[in-house]
Design a protein around this ligand. Sequence first.
Ligand code: PGA
Length: 254
Amino acid sequence: MRRPMIAGNWKMNTDLASGTELAKGLASHVAGKDSSVDVLVCPPFPYLQAIKEAVGDSGISVGAQNCYFEESGAFTGEVSVDMLQDIGCDWVILGHSERRHVLGECDGTINKKTKAAIEKGLGVVLCVGELLEEREADKTGEVLDTQMKGGLADVSEADLSKIIIAYEPVWAIGTGKTASPEQADEAHAHLRKWLSSNYSESAAEAMRILYGGSVKPSNAEELLGQPNVDGALVGGASLTVDNFGPIIDAGRTK
Ligand code: PGA
């Protein structure tokens, strides 16, 4: 059985006051409910420590949206894995499509970051997903294979337990368009097959694969109802308790 995870990617949103309020609201939302779902929030760097404090002992984990692969030194503007762990981060999102397509990150860089994180025990939410033109050209499988191969190069099977994959079709991110439950499940099944061929059947079975792209309360339950969908990585709808709360609750029904 794979434990569901509902993760919120706040992107470059919130400020100290609103982020703290959101975190406290989420902590109250989960209080007293069964803990059969992992909940993760990923605020912007400057607020990580405050949000960690605000979620307190609610069981909600806090993660960053990026990190750098070097340990320390002259890397102006970068944040190391040690720094994230120092302030209590358990996870980092890597390879998000906005980093790939807006900030120009390639699979090689994402791989270095992935290895740097897992070496220190920082969990990685590794994002993969195709562009609209790639889907329309029937290249979804090929793109996913390339991103998996690139992102996971030299990652051992044992280390896969520190990684979660997030399938996020780029055409569905922030667009209001959601992959249909069948499209999501098909892509997740493809990723699982890749893991089975490149690692093992048991590694593929154990891997949690989250769906991301316009997840909202109205579609969460149906998406999460798919056999290969183990949770959600949520952007826009993770910014209010009213939206993110019901998505967390939908994760409990898995
Ligand atoms: P969205 O973003 O839910 O706003 O589409 C998802 C993501 O980019 O992780």
